[in-house]
Design a protein around this ligand. Sequence first.
Ligand SMILES: Nc1ncnc2c1ncn2[C@@H]1O[C@H](COP(=O)(O)OP(=O)(O)OP(=O)(O)O)[C@@H](O)[C@H]1O
Length: 274
Amino acid sequence: MAENSCSGCTSESCEGCSGQPESLLEQLNQYSSVKKVIGVVSGKGGVGKSFVTGSLAAMMRKQGYQVGIMDADITGPSIPKMFGIHGPAQGTDQGILPIEAEDGTKIMSINLLMEDEEAPVIWRGPVLAGVVKQFWSDVFWGDLDYLFVDMPPGTGDVPLTVFQSLPVDGIVIVTSPQDLVQMIVKKAYNMAQMMKIPVLGVVENYSYLKCPDCGKEIKLFGESKIDEIASELAMPVLGKMPLDPSYAELADQGIFYKADNIYLGEAVKKIQDL
Ligand SMILES: Nc1ncnc2c1ncn2[C@@H]1O[C@H](COP(=O)(O)OP(=O)(O)OP(=O)(O)O)[C@@H](O)[C@H]1O
């Protein structure tokens, strides 16, 4: 995990602090340990960010790692439904307990804390940011190898809070093959650069649809430009995923942890190598 050796001390009490900007890192829940924090981001909504978060978590879990998912997409949480879990989450002296999916993935989401899952969250940025910090400091995650953070789309308050408050080891950018992509991917990439967060690479979703009859690959959104963009930014393409209704079905049935996303092998390797 990224070091935060100077958090909690002042420039008077620690020589190491002098001249360094004050760290905004939040303290992790004291009864928990998290080895690696991986953020999954997208420049715009609906490109499959939760889908990639869920796939990566499920694949890591299948390999025997202790895995958690923090659903930081507070106003559009979709992880609990994908993993077939419901609240209310319970609290103990150690903190709020995440809810475990059937495969053992530990999940915390605002939907697990609301009385009515369908009630909208109409909160301003600072409140949303506060919730994300509490998901780190007040949730009893236990000992995790990987915590995946499903971010809201864009570069607003919540992604900024995650980048500043959590020791993010790397991010995966998710995108789709459309004309706007170049600008959107660059915005996400540049934000990470400005926050000094390593970019592990980019995943393109909806790259094509495979015809169930003839196997032909149909490029629904036109030709992909992701290789060009990735090479311009000197980051790897970690996968190109087709639109595959069988995955959507697993999500709708709440058994997404069963998904074996063969298109994300490179992404898994990259995360394991961290
Ligand atoms: N490759 C795919 N094949 C089939 N269905 C997919 C694929 N990718 C995403 N979906 C489905 O599309 C919908 C939107 O995906 P998802 O929720 O992951 O997007 P998102 O980027 O997280 O959205 P938001 O911006 O709202 O957070 C979901 O129902 C998901 O199951």
